[in-house]
Design a protein around this ligand. Structure first.
Ligand SMILES: Cc1cc2nc3c(=O)[nH]c(=O)nc-3n(C[C@H](O)[C@H](O)[C@H](O)COP(=O)(O)OP(=O)(O)OC[C@H]3O[C@@H](n4cnc5c(N)ncnc54)[C@H](O)[C@@H]3O)c2cc1C
Length: 289
């Protein structure tokens, strides 16, 4: 984990409520793995007090040399509104890369990235890894991107560049499949366009994971999901970002001994720290209340 001051290289608006911030940081750029995040202090003052967490979208080579990291953020509140004022040359204090990210399943040939809204950002580096291995191993990559409207669809071009099959859905039908992205997934599976012998990696809102969990149970498909919680420190010190986890499933984790997961005596569940034990979990681990 690195704490560093990082210079803003650019901050571009991608959609009405969505921006892409590029930060100079060769060290974080070199270390970041798919699904990991950085915790950004969004202003020079202590207001807002807490850092804001964002998935690393990708690392980029900078024109002037060195490496940058990009995050894609949706404007939802005070911190993200302040971030829209950032300009080239501003400096930010950032910590990262943090958390446990995605691990693509080497035993599977078909891989599916399933994103709701800006959740797509968390999946891009994973897509890059799978795409790099695709030719040698004969892998198939499906990317399913969902948004409320066509205007809010982001990163379509970037995912198309990975060489997989990209499909989009919008709730109002203004682009692609009309309906939820999980509905599009179900249809692709039930019609055989996506084989059930696949692995799914997903990032989006929690209701989306509930629909995904039902599909995974029905077809016995393994999935990894990226969980969002209000987060403060991002490094396992403040215990603000707990999530409820299933005991039987979580006990099978290879890293259970070194994890921060605590089980409730006599109960079949426990609590994990999203910032350290996640944000990526196997779908069966998380109790989606
Ligand atoms: C590991 C991780 C990775 C993330 N990656 C991204 C990303 O790549 N792009 C992106 O746009 N956002 C991402 N988020 C969410 C992002 O951190 C929040 O949207 C941001 O902190 C909101 O700050 P704010 O001050 O603008 O909003 P606030 O004023 O703090 O909150 C505004 C609204 O957003 C809700 N909210 C705030 N933070 C969260 C959260 N963590 N989870 C759920 N709801 C929240 C609040 O309840 C409130 O309704 C990620 C969160 C986590 C935990």
């Amino acid at each position: 984990m690195i704490q560093t001051r990082s210079t803003v290289v650019s901050n571009e608006q991608l959609a009405p409520d969505c921006w892409r911030l590029t930060l100079e940081s060769s060290r974080i750029g070199a270390e970041a793995k798919p699904g990991q995040f950085i915790n950004i202090k969004v202003s020079e003052t202590n207001d807002p007090l807490f850092r804001r967490p964002f998935s690393v979208f990708r690392r980029v080579d900078l024109d002037k040399g060195g490496v940058g990291v990009q995050v894609v953020y949706r404007v939802v509140g005070r911190g993200t509104r302040l971030m829209t004022n950032l300009r080239q040359g501003n400096e930010l204090d950032i910590i990262g890369p943090l958390g446990r990210g995605f691990e693509w399943r080497r035993d599977k040939r078909v891989h599916v990235l399933l994103a709701g809204g800006v959740g797509a950002a968390a999946l891009f580096m994973l897509g890059q890894e799978i795409s790099r291995a695709a030719q040698e191993r004969g892998l198939e990559l499906h990317v399913l991107l969902g948004a409320e409207t066509g205007e809010k669809l982001v990163l379509q071009k970037e995912f198309a560049g990975l060489g997989g099959i990209v499909q989009v859905s919008t709730d109002d039908g203004t682009a692609g499949y009309k309906g939820l992205v999980t509905g599009m997934l179900r249809e692709a599976i039930s019609t055989g366009r996506i084989r059930t012998d696949c692995a799914i990696y997903s990032c989006g809102p929690e209701p989306m994971y509930r629909a995904l969990a039902a599909t995974c149970r029905q077809y016995n498909i393994p999935a990894q999901i990226c969980i969002e919680r209000h987060m403060m420190c991002g490094i396992g010190a403040c215990f603000a970002c707990i999530c409820k986890v299933d005991k039987a499933t979580t006990l099978k984790r290879a890293d259970i001994e070194s994890s921060h997961i605590q089980f409730i005596p006599e109960e079949d569940y426990g609590h994990a720290l999203v910032c350290r034990d996640g944000p990526v979990f196997a779908i069966g681990e998380v109790i989606l209340d």
